[in-house]
Design a protein around this ligand. Structure first.
Ligand code: PHE
Length: 354
């Protein structure tokens, strides 16, 4: 190569370096552009010194090194410029920041529909003189079955299959074990409700889940009759739904009540014309109930000749579905309510968080 040709190439490299240094918007981009030039064309030229006639190698090397230095300085200056600009930006931000302004608002979530309904039912029954009690989700066979007049070989056990624990306990299949626990603990007369999570070994579909919520209710006193039961139930449902619910009562069998009933409510989803949620019947079972069986009173250390009472099990999950128009029970455990909860029914109620 001739010196003249070398000069042309070096001039072109300088031009490229200038353009690149001007264009780069970040320090990283600058570093990239610089190494591309120094490791690319400049390195090539340095290697080519060997091809110059011996007496020209000195001046050629000098010329290349000069350009190399100039390129380095060019990029160093560009880096310093960018740093300055960044610093000014940060300073400006700091100057603009007003620590006295309120923070940006975070959208508030809502209570879970089941929690909303649970609190409403609690409010209604507390108003009727009931106390709210709890019980363990991990229950003994005695409280879940035996004490409720369901001995080991009773066919009623088949309808409430559940998750058994290695210590012989089980996940409670209903809130009814709270009945005898409350009787033993407080004695008569008694008015309690016991809300809580229950479990069953179910195959899951739009109306069955392995985890759901109930509220148990129990009233024990002297001379309590079915008339009291019906009056309390109607009052409670009217308070929860803020209007007169259409209900019907049919006989129902539960070993721990005698007589036992199924209390059905006109389906709120289809208005009674029939839909998948009410299995096309127009009615939904919301409240199995009945007069407490004498054997259960005895397990609770209460004399059935002196006291009588009624009990009910409110399907809280089902109630929330009816109230908010949730047509698939699975969404209530999923945390994603988009498009499934009827927004009109939830409107105005979701903000009651806290
Ligand atoms: N524990 C019963 C169930 O889960 C419901 C029930 C409660 C029935 C109280 C009668 C009285 O199926």
């Amino acid at each position: 190569m001739e010196l003249a040709e070398l000069q042309t190439q070096l001039a072109e490299i300088s031009r490229q370096a200038q353009a690149a240094a001007q264009q780069a918007a970040t320090i990283d981009a600058l570093r990239g552009a610089e190494s591309k030039i120094s490791k690319g064309p400049l390195a090539e030229l340095l290697k080519s010194i060997k091809s110059f006639p011996a007496e020209q190698r000195g001046p050629a090397g000098q010329a290349i090194n000069q350009t190399k230095k100039a390129v380095e300085e060019l990029f160093a200056a560009a880096q310093a410029r960018l740093r300055d600009a960044e610093l000014t930006g940060v300073k400006k931000l700091a100057a603009d920041f007003d620590p006295t302004l309120p923070p940006p608002s975070v959208p508030r979530g809502s209570l879970h529909p089941v929690t909303i309904v649970q609190r409403e039912v609690e409010r209604v029954f507390v108003g009727l003189g009931f106390s709210v009690v709890g019980g363990p989700e991990m229950e003994t066979e005695y409280f879940n079955f035996e004490a409720l007049n369901i001995p080991a070989d009773h066919p009623a056990r088949d309808t409430q299959d559940t998750f058994w624990l290695t210590n012989g306990w089980l996940l409670r299949t209903h809130t009814s074990p709270c009945q005898v626990r409350a009787m033993q603990r407080f004695g008569p007369p008694l008015r309690v409700i016991a809300p809580g999570r229950c479990f069953r070994y179910e195959s899951i579909d739009a109306s069955h889940e392995n985890t759901f919520f109930q509220i148990e209710g129990l009233l024990i006193d002297k001379d309590i009759s079915i008339a009291h039961l019906i009056a309390f139930m109607k009052l409670a449902l009217r308070e929860v739904f803020h209007r007169e619910p259409t209900i019907r009562l049919r006989p129902g069998f539960f070993p721990f009540v005698e007589p036992g009933f199924e209390l059905d409510m006109r389906c709120e989803i289809c208005g009674g014309s029939g839909c998948p949620t009410c299995k096309r019947s127009g009615w939904v079972e919301v409240m199995p109930c009945g007069m407490v069986h004498p054997n259960v009173l005895r397990h609770g250390n209460i004399d059935p000749h002196e006291y009588t009472g009624f009990a009910f099990g409110l399907g809280l999950t089902r109630l929330a579905m009816m109230k908010y128009g949730v047509s698939d029970i699975r969404v209530l455990n999923s945390g994603d309510l988009r498009g499934i909860v009827n927004p009109q029914r939830l409107a105005g109620r979701t903000i009651r968080a806290g």
